[in-house]
Design a protein around this ligand. Structure first.
Ligand code: 1Q0
Length: 215
C-alpha cells in the first residue's frame, strides 16, 4: 500500500524522482512521473487524514496511468510525448466533453500536471518562508494561483477547509526528513528548478497539441 510509512523515506528522494523524469532530449518518462506522485501522496498521508480525500483522487489518477503503462499498449506510454501522440493519433481522447474515454492518459495526466504547478508554487513559498509564516496561507495562496481555477466551487470549499488543518512549518520540515531547516531550504533550492522544468516541458507539449482544457 502506498500509505505505509517508511522511516528512511525523505522528500529529497521524492524530488529526485522528478529529476529522473527527463530524458536527454527532454522527454518525460511516465514511470518516473508516476513514482514521483506516489512519493508525494505518501507525504500527504503522513500529514493527517483530513487530506485523504485529496490523496484518494491523486491515487486514482496515478493508478489509471499505471494501468496504461502496464496494459497491452504500454509501449506507447513510455513517455508523456509518446502517450499524447498515440492517444491523439488513435482518437482515444475526449476533446470537448467526457464521453467514450473518461480515463484517457492525456486527461488524467493533465490533472496531476496542474497539481504539479500548485506543488511548485507551494514549495517555493516554503523555501522562502520565515519561522512565522503560516503553511495554511502559503498553501492556499499557491492553490488560488493555480489549481483552484480548474476546480468547481464545492471542491475549492473543501480544499480551503482542509488547508486550515495543515500542520505548522516546523512539522512540515520535520516530516520531510531532510535535516535542519537550512538543509531543507538548500534541498528545495536544488529540486525546484527540476520540478519547474518537468512542468514546463509538459505544459509546452499540451499547449502545442491544444489539449490544455481536456474535459
Ligand atoms: C499538503 C496539502 C495538500 C494540498 C493539496 C492541494 C490540492 C488540493 C486539491 C483538492 C481537490 C482534490 C479532490 C478532487 C478533485 C478532482 O475533482 C480534480 C479533478 O479531477 P476530475 O477527474 O474530477 O476532472 N482532481 C485534481 O485536480 C487532482 C488533484 C490532485 C492533488 C494532488 C496533490 C498531492 C500533493 C501532495 C504533496 C503533498 C506534500 C508536499 C510536500 C510536503 C512535505 C512534507
Amino acid at each position: 500500500s502506498v500509505a505505509v510509512e517508511d522511516p528512511k523515506f525523505t522528500l529529497q528522494e521524492v524530488l529526485d524522482t522528478f529529476k529522473s523524469c527527463l530524458s536527454e532530449n527532454k522527454e518525460v518518462y511516465l514511470e518516473h512521473y508516476v513514482a514521483g506522485w506516489l512519493g508525494l501522496v505518501r507525504f500527504m498521508n503522513s500529514l493527517g487524514s483530513v487530506f485523504s480525500f485529496i490523496a484518494k483522487d491523486a491515487v486514482n489518477k496515478i493508478q489509471i496511468l499505471i494501468n496504461h503503462l502496464n496494459g497491452e499498449n504500454g509501449a506507447h506510454y513510455v513517455t508523456v510525448q509518446s502517450m499524447v501522440k498515440y492517444e491523439l493519433d488513435n482518437q482515444l481522447v475526449d476533446l470537448t466533453k467526457r464521453a467514450s474515454f473518461p480515463e484517457s492518459g492525456c486527461r488524467t495526466l493533465l490533472r496531476l500536471h496542474r497539481a504539479l504547478r500548485w506543488l511548485e508554487l507551494f514549495l517555493e513559498r516554503l523555501r522562502t518562508s520565515t519561522e512565522e509564516s503560516k503553511t495554511s496561507v502559503m498553501c492556499s495562496e499557491a492553490y488560488n494561483e493555480s489549481l483552484s481555477q480548474h476546480h468547481a466551487w464545492i471542491i475549492r470549499k473543501a480544499a480551503g477547509t482542509a488547508f486550515w488543518a495543515l500542520p505548522g512549518r516546523a512539522t512540515f520540515f520535520d516530516v520531510m526528513n531532510v535535516g535542519t531547516p537550512e538543509q531543507v531550504v538548500a534541498m528545495l533550492g536544488d529540486a525546484l528548478p527540476l520540478i519547474s522544468e518537468v512542468y514546463q516541458v509538459t505544459e509546452n507539449l499540451y499547449a502545442q497539441n491544444n489539449i490544455l482544457d481536456l474535459p
